[in-house]
Design a protein around this ligand. Structure first.
Ligand code: 13P
Ligand code: SF4
Length: 319
C-alpha cells in the first residue's frame, strides 16, 4: 500500500521580518511595494507607492536586486528600466485583469485601424502593449500627460475604459478607448455606496479612477492610491468611504490613526474588492524569492527596448 508523502515545505525562519532585513543587506536589495499588498509586506517595504512612484523609484535605485511586491506589469516595468538588475516577483502568477483585457494581437489590429492616432497606454498593460504605445501614463499623471498632447492630435487610450472616460471628462478631449477594465474596481456597487453614504453622512467618498462612471459620480475626491492617501491625511474630515482595494487602508490608518476608513462594499457579500492578483504575494513568498533569487522577471531585449521609450517619455512628462 502506498502512502502519499506530504509535500516538503521549506523551513521558514521564526522571525521573517529580521530574515528579510538580513537578506536585503546581503543582496543589496530594495523592496518596492504597492499599497494593495498585505499589511506585513507593506511593513517590510523600503518604498511604498502608486505605480508612478514605484516606477520613479525603480528608475533611480542603486540596489543590485529589486524585490517587487506588486503585480507582474509593475515588476516588468522595473525590469524594462533596469535590464542589468535582478528583478524578483514573489509570485510570478500575480497578474492583472486589466493587463489581461488587452491581448497584443487584438490590440495591434485595433491600432492599425487608427494610423494617425497617438497611443497613450495606462501602465497596467503588458510589455508588448507598452512596446506598441507612444506614451505610458498612470492614474496619477494621465490627465497631465493628455493635456500636454497637441489638441489636434487624435489619441487612442488603452486599456482601461473607465480611466479613459475620466480623462476625457477632465481634459475635454475625445479619445478612442480600448474597452478593458479592472475586475476589482468594477465590483463596487453604486447602490451599496449610496446606502453607505446615508449611514455615514459626514464621511467623504474617495475613489480610484478605475471605478465605473456611476460610482465616480458620488466621489468627493478621485485620485491615484498615493493621492487618496495624501487627501485623507490633509482633509479636515474624520471619516472616509474608501472606493479602491482595501489594502491601502493599512497606510491610511498609520498616517491618520484618529480617522475612520470605511471600505466601500462590492456588489455581492464577497471579498472581491480585494485584488486576487496582488494578494497572491505573501511575506513567506517574498522571503523565499530573496533567499532563492527566483522567480525572476525576464523579457526579450527587443520588446524591452521598444517598451522603454514610452516609459521614459512618461517619466520626462511627469516632472
Ligand atoms: P495606482 O497607480 O493608483 O496605485 O493604481 C494601481 C492599480 O493597479 C490600481 O488598480
Ligand atoms: Fe490590476 Fe485591478 Fe488588481 Fe490593480 S486592482 S492590479 S488594475 S486587477
Amino acid at each position: 500500500m502506498f502512502t502519499t508523502a506530504a509535500p516538503i515545505k521549506p523551513a521558514m525562519p521564526r522571525d521573517l521580518f529580521s530574515a528579510i532585513a538580513n537578506l536585503k543587506r546581503e543582496l543589496n536589495a530594495v523592496v518596492l511595494a504597492h499599497y494593495y499588498q498585505d499589511p506585513d509586506i507593506q511593513d517590510v517595504a523600503d518604498y511604498l507607492g502608486d505605480s508612478l512612484g514605484l516606477s520613479q523609484q525603480a528608475a533611480q535605485t542603486n540596489a543590485d536586486v529589486i524585490v517587487f511586491a506588486g503585480v507582474h506589469f509593475m515588476a516588468e516595468t522595473a525590469k524594462i528600466l533596469n535590464p542589468d538588475k535582478l528583478v524578483l516577483l514573489p509570485d510570478l502568477d500575480a497578474g492583472c485583469s486589466l493587463a489581461e483585457s488587452c491581448p497584443p494581437n487584438e490590440f495591434a489590429q485595433f491600432k492599425a485601424k487608427y494610423p494617425d492616432h497617438l497611443v497613450v497606454s495606462y501602465i497596467n498593460c503588458t510589455a508588448e502593449i507598452k512596446a506598441m504605445s507612444d506614451i505610458i501614463c498612470t492614474s496619477a499623471n494621465a490627465v497631465k500627460i493628455v493635456n500636454q498632447i497637441p489638441a489636434d492630435q487624435p489619441i487612442i487610450f488603452a486599456p482601461d475604459r473607465n480611466l479613459g472616460k475620466y480623462v476625457m471628462e477632465q481634459t475635454g478631449r475625445d479619445m478612442v478607448l480600448w474597452q478593458g477594465s479592472c475586475i476589482v474596481h468594477e465590483t463596487f456597487s453604486e447602490k451599496k455606496m449610496v446606502q453607505l453614504k446615508i449611514q455615514h453622512p459626514d464621511a467623504e467618498v474617495i475613489a480610484h479612477p478605475e471605478c465605473e462612471e456611476a460610482v465616480l459620480r458620488h466621489a468627493d475626491y478621485i485620485g491615484s492610491t498615493t493621492a487618496l492617501l495624501k487627501y485623507c491625511q490633509n482633509s479636515d474630515r474624520h471619516s472616509f468611504i474608501v472606493v479602491t482595494e482595501p489594502g491601502i487602508i493599512h497606510q491610511m490608518q498609520k498616517a491618520a490613526p484618529n480617522k475612520k476608513f470605511i471600505p466601500a462594499p462590492p456588489l455581492n457579500n464577497c471579498a472581491c474588492n480585494e485584488c486576487p492578483h496582488m494578494r497572491l504575494n505573501t511575506l513567506e513568498k517574498l522571503y523565499l524569492a530573496m533567499k532563492n533569487r527566483t522567480p525572476e522577471i525576464t523579457l526579450p531585449e527587443s520588446t524591452r527596448i521598444a517598451a522603454l521609450r514610452p516609459i521614459q517619455k512618461m517619466l520626462s512628462m511627469s516632472v
